[in-house]
Design a protein around this ligand. Sequence first.
Ligand code: GLA
Ligand code: ZN
Length: 670
Amino acid sequence: MNSFGQSTFLFGGDYNPEQWPEDTWQEDIDKLKQANINVATINVFSWALLEPRENNFNFEQLDRIIALLVRNRIKIVLATSTAAMPAWLVQNYPSAAHVDVHGIQQKQGKRHNACPNNPDFKRLAKQLVTKLVQRYKDCPELTYWHVSNEYEGYCYCENCAAAFREWLKVKYENLPKLNRAWDSNVWSHTYHAWSEIEPPMLTTDLFDNGKPVLNGAALDYQRFQSDSLLANYRMERDVIKRFDQVHPVTTNLTGSQKALDYFKWAPELDVISWDSYPMPEDTASENALEHDLMRGLKDQPFLLMEQTPNQQNWYPYNALKKPGEMRMLSYQAIAHGANSIEFFQLKQSRSGPEKFHGSVLSHSNSVNTRTFKEVQRLGQEIKKLPISLQAANVQAKVALIFDWESYWGSENAIGPLADFSYVKEVQRFYQMLYGHNLTVDIVPKTADFSKYQLVVAPVLYLLNDQFVANIQKYVKEGGNFLTTYLSGMTDQTDNVYLGGYPGPLRHLLGLHVDERDARSPRQSVRILTPDQTQIGTATGICDLVIPDTAATLAHYSSDVFYEDFATLTRNHFGQGYAYYCGAGLDQAGLSYLLQQINTTAGLPLGAMPAVEITTRATEHERFTFIINTSDQPQFITNPVPTATPLVANGPVTTKLDLKPYDVVILHQMI
Ligand code: GLA
Ligand code: ZN
């Protein structure tokens, strides 16, 4: 049993029987049981059925759905249905629907579109959740509460504007302080009355590209909306906890999305759950980063709440997962901390926006499809995984900082690159580590770094004094720290630190930067070691790095006028080392950088990027996941030849002959 009372590995997905005639339900369940499904997420979007008119409730159909699942011993993840509003709600309270960034008041329709600060929406959501919890809290198969669905999207209505002003009053107390914090004398933005402050939107202070005039105001609105949606979650969570102290509460998150600062959300969730929908062309390292980010939110295993068994329908090209690929991706999720595998969805809709989205039971309704059989096989294997795996966590010696405020700040900035993407920059440095088979913890900038041999902070744009003090102490005491261009740029309200880049990190890094080039992909620059050997090329941002106390590890080539400036540096600081990467280096260059870092960090660098080796461990047990993430065979040395195979397609000896997408799980007592 895991710490949430979960005694089996959950294997299932979203099930929407309300979309189907009741006399088909039992047949669905019979088939799903053949696929080893043991859990269903239900009631995600049923508010209009549960409350057909205001204050008029009807739980009869949900009672029957729950009875069906209980009868069939299917566990239940029970959603609260507040993610899509019924028509009457918006008709009775038109401002319950959000106002979009263009200033357009939405009406009833679609989903995920309530105004988080609307008192009627909040009151009615609370009432519905209260009834649900009172009615179903003792249901024998209830396993998790699932609040709303994929919180997302900001509102720009009058209600939100008023609530924002109150939020600002608490934060800044008076307008002179706010004006100073926002540095608002730019373009006549000085505020003389609280009522003058509007949410930054396309009709006010956002340009067509979504970038703001006043960075401090935009950043505060992002913080405020993330907090507002979190308050919605907390309101439902508190109602649930009032009546049910037994079942854990979660809401399904969506990875490296931009709108919500998940590190602030994480403490409010009993367990992290998330929905993994990689683009067909995403790399194994991009997927791994997302899982690590979700595990990092609480530094605990998580639930994979949704993935598609074969294809999405909402990307431009919805390539099918190839034979074995869904299984490989599922094990990759487990290797990085997942304690469940769930699909969207169990039975394919025949109408609506998701009728062409993949599903365990497809439109053919057959148990003989390729997808069904792959799900069935995976379910059969997963059943046999020891439950002790659930308590095992990933142990890493490298931390990578992910910071939503830096995400917002760096992408709110106009320049130096129009197509700058914070997540892509994080991926670049995650790939550097992943490509050498290093296990990585993704951490917030407030983390305790002392247990790590290396801390990597890509584009840590927005800083505070506390972080600067912590990271200096970490390096002084012997740590290794790598940071990059666009780090240390701005303070808590996104105003640039003066005195040269990278602001308060200059001393630790032993360098300064006065000028920063920004080059198109067609203007790449060669990067050379001091003895003129080329290590790679750079595009995008190229800082003209001037070492003060730092040593130069690499510099620009004569293709650019600033050939004498440094690109990569190392600064000895106390007992440790602070490294700086000044340019958008390719992976060859980053591999060189990592080897340089490793002369002081001493990490076990591997070299087979297509095969991922990840370990989950408790004090007593170790589970080693060996995953061929490619569609090509791979041949590797078994890293733990004395361990016992739990999952394997072929013989496990000192060598492993891995077929395309092959997975081997090895178990050891320690
Ligand atoms: C999200 C939602 C689901 C469904 C899937 C489809 O994850 O939570 O309701 O729309 O996407 O991919
Ligand atoms: Zn609003």
